[in-house]
Design a protein around this ligand. Structure first.
Ligand SMILES: *Cc1c(COP(=O)(O)O)cnc(C)c1O
Length: 226
């Protein structure tokens, strides 16, 4: 068994008891490694650049689902929409409005998650926690018929402090629960909590993540263990 398949098997075991799914982050990886994951059964992949997502989608088998996880520039929205299975990184109200408008123009419904800023670092994108419920209220009132809001996404601080990471994931998880309580019946698809990367996914799973996004931990498992 190759290294990628072996890593996937271990991750799968950790996920199965939790009912969460793996999004394999294929950015910067060689086609050969991505294909190893495909051959091992992985079908959901993610990219953080629009051109790269479009190129990979064209090269890989058509039963792959391509997710977008990067900051989405407004001039790339139209290009991305027909190709993408889920956008994890809707980080502003303006972007949601634009995705909605373009989706309606294309006659499609785009699945999105709202990205919430939970880390201490100032440079990371995302909605402020207090912006989330008002925006979901607009969604629940039917203002965004070109999108389907599937849940929330967040990235914890890039640090070794497990207590800090736990605090951030726990905060996002609480916001997710509140949102589900308030809008779950009107937003039937609101059920995904995308949190956890290679360095912190065990903590994210403790706090109810339903989708972990792993790059190095899948494709370079040896490096990741160092
Ligand atoms: C790159 C990236 C990941 C994967 O990071 P790893 O540490 O390699 O697992 C997950 N989420 C986002 C938003 C990313 O940009």
């Amino acid at each position: 068994m190759n290294q990628v398949a072996a890593a996937l098997e271990l991750i799968d075991r950790a996920l199965r008891s939790k009912g969460a799914r793996l999004v394999a982050v294929s950015k910067y990886q060689t086609d050969e490694r991505v294909m190893m994951a495909y051959d091992a059964g992985q079908r959901i992949f993610a990219e953080n650049r629009v051109q790269e997502l479009l190129a990979k989608k064209a090269r890989f088998p058509s039963d792959c689902e391509w997710h977008f996880i990067g900051h989405l520039q407004s001039n790339k929205v139209r290009m991305l929409l027909p190709a993408v299975g889920l956008i994890h990184s809707v980080d502003s109200e303006t972007l949601l409005e634009q995705i909605n408008r373009e989706s309606q123009r294309l006659g499609i419904v785009t699945r999105v998650l709202l990205q919430v800023h939970i880390a201490q670092e100032a440079h990371k994108f995302g909605l402020k926690a207090e912006e989330v419920l008002p925006l979901l209220n607009r969604c629940a009132n039917g203002e965004f018929v070109g999108t389907r809001v599937g849940g929330l996404m967040g990235m914890a601080s890039l640090c070794e402090d497990e207590r800090q990471i736990g605090k951030e994931f726990s905060g996002l998880s609480a916001l997710f629960s509140d949102a589900k309580d308030l809008y779950g019946t009107r937003l039937a698809d609101f059920k995904e909590l995308s949190m956890g990367m290679s360095g912190d996914y065990p903590i994210a799973l403790q706090y109810g993540s339903t989708m972990i996004r792993l790059g190095s931990g899948v494709f370079q498992p040896d490096d990741a263990q160092q």
